[in-house]
Design a protein around this ligand. Sequence first.
Ligand code: TXA
Ligand code: MG
Length: 309
Amino acid sequence: MAVEKLLLGEVIGLPTETVYGLAADAHSELAVEKIYRVKGRPSYNPLICHVSGPEMAARYVNVSSTARKLMDIFWPGPLTVVCARKPECKIADAVSAGLGTLAVRCPDNEATRAVITALNRPIAAPSANLSGKLSPTTAESVYKSLSGEIPLVVDDGQTSVGIESTIVAVDGDRITLLRPGSVSADEISDCVSLPVHDRDTSVITAPGQINSHYAPNSRILLNCDQPNGQVMIGFAGIEGDEDLNLSPDGDLKEAAHNLFEFLRIADARTDGDIVIAPIPQRGVGIAINDRLKRAAAPRTNDNKQVAND
Ligand code: TXA
Ligand code: MG
């Protein structure tokens, strides 16, 4: 069913281990354009190509030995690798938004990998939310934000990781972190015995780096230790609303798993502010704080102009 829809040029919801994706045949310029339209995503913000493994990736991009090592170690899993497109690359130009590079990742979800294998080509998929809104970790959230726009969402329950993949650009043996995720920069660096550079923040290489993002409707206040009459999301010893402690045990992976779902619940519960306990800036905590900072960033009236994943 999913494969047939994709072959017809349709856009569908597919699960991954991080968040649900809004998927299309990556070879089809028309299908990829549909993703941008359905999501309300600006055309300059490139998409991730989901592949069945390193061999499929190597059909489309130059995979350096360092890039290959990362793929072998972390795939299938939540690491996206940005490499130079090969001249003969058949991926629709719109996927790269005109850049000479392509982001590839192999998702750790069997159903979705089976779809990619059956299609025998990559699936382009951003997170299946309207541009600038919270990423969906359940099929129900995809339906809620995109109902009527897409013919199918493959339901594989709540995603395990809960926040989007780590993104690194790999040029030869130079690794640059573009987006923090559940695979930390330290882990990557240790595995390949190479430094992981921070991106040059004066240059926007991926428009998802622009500030306001993941915006719920409510205002978000960070690093609070008490609710002050508002809905509160807790962490570890700092209690939130009864059912809204990201991880009573202080487990950052559990906190990442719960993050977007709890923000969604809190947002539905209040017209006021959402206050959030401090999250330690280490391991996955770095990625959680990145998402929270964007959720709390000031917005313009037209959120779509600054928020774009
Ligand atoms: O976990 C994930 O990565 C999820 C699931 C569905 O795979 N996908 C996801 O896609 O988060 P999206 O579109 O929401 O975020 C992709 C990010 C954007 O910030 C985009 O700018 C960046 O990847 N990106 C894509 N292609 C790029 C490229 N060629 N160079 C630099 N950044 C790129
Ligand atoms: Mg996104």
